[in-house]
Ligand binder design. Structure first.
Ligand SMILES: [Zn+2]
Length: 271
């Protein structure tokens, strides 16, 4: 029963986040189009909103589509497209920030010819980018915490330190590292240490995890056992595979563990 409740809470939270994302992106495109020529002092702001909103919508649709494809040519095309559009979106986002701040503080006085930017348009663009920066800072903090956690690893046998940092739905970050044992089989991975610690501290709803190790040349994912343990606490995890220099690649639990067995199957079986 508790499992069913937790699964439905996680699903509701995910649906809510997706709804907010869709609303923000559609509003960005709509406001940019409606007030297209109503910011003469910085005419690129409406164009910025239309393109950043459009890119976001395409990225969301590609992400949904990728989740339905498990392997193969189209899956690779989707992932490649997501990477290309993401890189463009980041560059466009930074450019938009320069445009928005170039007229800060704005004047909403329509009588001031040449210094008027439509109020709703400007305020939306301003807060849209602030939210974007807050999101980027949250990811940066998560990545930094997992790098710190790696330094705490107890790995005298493998000399392979791993760090993990989990972001809870409430915004808390819980870290973990691998803890080895002379009886090798008793070793616990960083991801599972973080999960167990988080649960012990009262957290059961999570949105993201960052994982790192000492391998510099490639992005390394959680082991199969840890993927299954993450699945216990929801299917909608964002996973940030992080290199020692802080560079990361975003993926998802659905991508790393397709066709997974989850608590939902036990709930179905009980009905
Ligand atoms: Zn593991």
């Amino acid at each position: 029963m508790e499992t069913e409740e937790r699964t439905s809470v996680c699903k509701s939270f995910t649906v809510l986040l997706n709804l907010i994302a869709w609303m923000l992106l559609v509003t960005a495109v709509g406001l940019g189009a409606i007030h297209f020529s109503e910011c003469p002092i910085q005419p690129y702001i409406p164009i910025y909103l239309i393109i950043i909103g459009g890119c976001g919508i395409i990225l969301l649709m590609l992400a949904y589509w990728t989740n339905t494809l498990h392997e193969g040519f189209w899956c690779q095309i989707c992932i490649l497209s997501i990477i290309c559009i993401s890189v463009f979106s980041i560059a466009w986002f930074l450019t938009g920030t320069v445009w928005i701040y170039s007229i800060y503080p704005p004047s909403y006085n329509s009588t001031a010819v040449g210094h008027y930017c439509q109020r709703t348009l400007y305020l939306f663009a301003f807060w849209f980018n602030i939210l974007g920066f807050l999101y980027a800072m949250a990811v940066a903090e998560l990545v930094a915490k997992c790098l710190q956690a790696r330094d705490m690893a107890y790995c005298p046998y493998s000399q392979f330190p791993v760090g993990a940092a989990i972001l809870t739905s409430g915004g808390a970050i819980i870290t973990g590292c691998n803890v080895e044992n002379a009886s090798y089989g008793l070793t616990v991975c960083a991801e599972r240490t973080a999960i167990q610690r988080a649960v012990a501290e009262g957290h059961r709803s999570f949105t993201a995890i960052a994982v790192t190790c000492d391998i510099k040349d490639s992005f390394v994912g959680p082991c199969g056992a840890c993927r299954q343990v993450l699945m216990e606490f929801g299917t909608e995890w964002d996973i940030y595979l992080t290199k020692p220099d802080g560079a990361y690649k975003k993926t998802s639990l659905r991508e790393l563990l397709p066709l997974a067995f989850s608590p939902a199957h036990l709930a179905e079986d009980g009905n």
